[in-house]
Structures are given as structure tokens and as C-alpha cells.
Design a protein around this ligand. Sequence first.
Ligand SMILES: [Zn+2]
Length: 137
Amino acid sequence: MHEWALAESILTAAVEAAEKEKMKKITEITIAIGQLQQIEQDIFEFALEEILKDQEKKIKDVKIKIETEKSTLKCKFCENTWSFDDMKKKLNEDESEAIHFLPEVAFVHARCPKCGSPDFEIISGRGVSITSIKGEK
Ligand SMILES: [Zn+2]
């Protein structure tokens, strides 16, 4: 399951960043999950907890905060940008649910609100990243 792989790579990246900063202990990590990232947050959080159990002392008692990163889309034709939230308001429940699990569906249902072009890209809010790491030196 890719939630586990993601959780593992986030924790590895956090440990590496802490080593670079010469932190003795990592106390808090803030993780941003893009609105259009295909992820089950419950599984992701569970994976983080489970993986942390086997980690070295440095990171074991870390507090993890999870935020949602808003998604922005950009029209490739007229360069208009708009947010996923705006788009979601126009979708029915089934469609917005489908997009949560399969972002590609967004491309089928959506059009640029300005010029009506179906040709657009996701410029933010897709993926998982670390936004901050706090620790003790
Ligand atoms: Zn457009």
C-alpha cells in the first residue's frame, strides 16, 4: 500500500533533515497532504505510528501534525488559475468523491472556468511534503 511507502519516506526525510541540522531529537513534524493526493489519511497516520515504533530514539516521540494543502489548477490555454475548492462547488457529491480517490477524474469533469478549455494542469496540492520540522539540538 502506498500510504506505508509514503509514511516511510516522510520519516526518512525527516531524520535526514534533522541530521543535517544536527538535531539530537525531533519533536514535531508538520506534513502537508495535497487535496488531490490519492491517500487514505487514516491509513497514513496509522502507518506513521507503526513505523515510529521501530525507529531510533531521536524520532520516536515525535508529534506529527497533518495539514491539507489546497490544490490549484492552471489552464494550459489561457493560463487562468483556479482552486480545487471552486471547482468542487460545481460538482455533485459522487464526482467530488471520485476526484478524491482518483484525481485524474478531475480532468474528465472539469473545464477552465474562464475559457472552457479542458486542457489544464494541477500546479499545487498534489503530493505529500514536510512543511516543518522542530527539534532539539
Ligand atoms: Zn482557460
